[in-house]
Design a protein around this ligand. Sequence first.
Ligand SMILES: Cc1ncc(COP(=O)(O)O)c(C=O)c1O
Length: 439
Amino acid sequence: MTLQEALLKLRDQVVLGPDELPGSWYNIRADFPGDFPQPREPENGPSRLEFLSKVLVKKCLEQETSTERWITIPEPVRDLYRQAGRPRPLYRARRLEKYLNTPARLYYKREDLSPTGSHKVNTALAQAYYAAEEGLEGVSTETGAGQWGSALAYAASLLGLKCVVFWVRSVYDWKPDRRALMRLYGARVLASPSSETSVGRELLAKNPDQPGSLGIAVSEGLEYAERNKGYAYCLGSVLNHVLIHQSIIGLETMKQFEMIGQNPDLMIGCLGGGSNFGGFILPFAGEVLKGKRQCKFLAAQSSSAPNLVKGEYRYDYGDHAEKTPLLKMYTLGHQTDMVPIKADGLRYHAAAPFISFLRHLGHVEAVAYPADERDVFEAARTFVQVEGFLPAPESSYAIRAAIDQALECKWKNQEKVIAFNISGHGFLDLAAYQEKLKF
Ligand SMILES: Cc1ncc(COP(=O)(O)O)c(C=O)c1O
C-alpha cells in the first residue's frame, strides 16, 4: 500500500473532484433476472398508458421503458449537477461510532448538501432539462414533504420553465418557509386537494377539511398537465426514470468506497416511494444480482405507510384518482388513508416497481417505525449533537435504522461496514423538531 493509499484509508471525508462526476446513469432493469413486470392497463376506462405518454416529458417516457444498462447524462445536466455541488461527499461517522461504542464502521452520503435541501434535485434537473429541450412552457407536479416541489421549482427556474406545484394540504399548512422558497423560485404553489382540478373539487365537496395525500396530489398534477397545453407532468419518485436519474448517488458512493478500499456490508435509506433508497443502492444491488458483491439493503419506513413491510405485491395505481397505468408494486392500496406524520415524504401507498421487484427477489429488507415518530426524532437529535448536521425528518428514519444496526453490531461484536443516505437537510423543518422533541 502506498502512503497516499494509507492516508486515504484514514480519511473521514471521501471527496470526488468535479471531473470524477459519473458520465452515465445506471439502469438496473438491464441486470434483472427473469421478466420485470410491465405496466398494465386496467380493465375499464380509457388507456392509461396513452394518457401517460401525453403528459410526461418524452425523453423521460423513453427512459421509463429503456433496457439499456447505461444512459448517458447529457453534458448540460452534468454541468447543472456540478453547479448544484455534485459530486457529494461520503462521510465516516466516526463520532457517532464512538458515541455508540460500536465496532461497526458507519458512513453517510451527504445528499443534504443540495441547493434546495434534498436528493430530489438529481432528477428535477434532468426532467426540467429534457422538458426545456422539448420546447415546453412549464411543468406541473405534486409534493409531500415539499422537498420535491422545491427541487422542481429550482430546476424549472434555472431552465426557464414555469412550475405549478400541488402540495399535500396537511403539510402545506405548517411549512410556510418551504412554501416561500418555492415561490421565490417563481413557482405557483397550491394546497392539495385544490379547487384548480376536478379531482380536487370533488374531494373538497365531500370533505372541506380533507388533509390530502401524495396520491391525490399526483392526480391533480396529472390533470393540470392534461388540461394545460405546453405543460408536462414531472414525478419526484416511484417511476423507473426517476430512480435511474437518482443512481448518480450510488455511482458516486461506489467510487468513494473504492477510493478507501472498503465495501459496505449493509446499505440503509429511508423509503417513501423509493427514489433516494433506489438511487443509493441500485448500482450496488446490480452487482449483487450478478454475483459480483455481497451487500444487504434495508429500507426504513413509517408505520403510517409501511408499503414494503405490510403491503401486498400486486398491480395498483400510482395515484388516488386512477389516472396512471397499473404498476406492480408492494402496495397498501391507492386509496388507503395514512395518518399524517412530520416525515410526510414517506407517506406514500406503494414502493417503486424497481424496489418492489428487488424485494420480491429477496434482496431488500424493510423496517417500519411507529407513527408517533418519537424514536426517529430522538435518533436525529443524537445525530445533530454528535455529527453536527441537521437531517430532514425523512432522513432521520435512515439514521434510526443505522443506529439500531450499529447497536446490534455492538451486542454481537460484529465489525460491519454500514452506509446510510442522508437524503436531505432539516433547516426548513425545525417546527417539526420543536413539536416532536418538545423544546
Ligand atoms: C428528504 C427526503 N427524503 C426522502 C423522501 C422520500 O422519498 P423517496 O422515497 O422517493 O426518496 C422525501 C420525499 O419527499 C424527502 O423529501
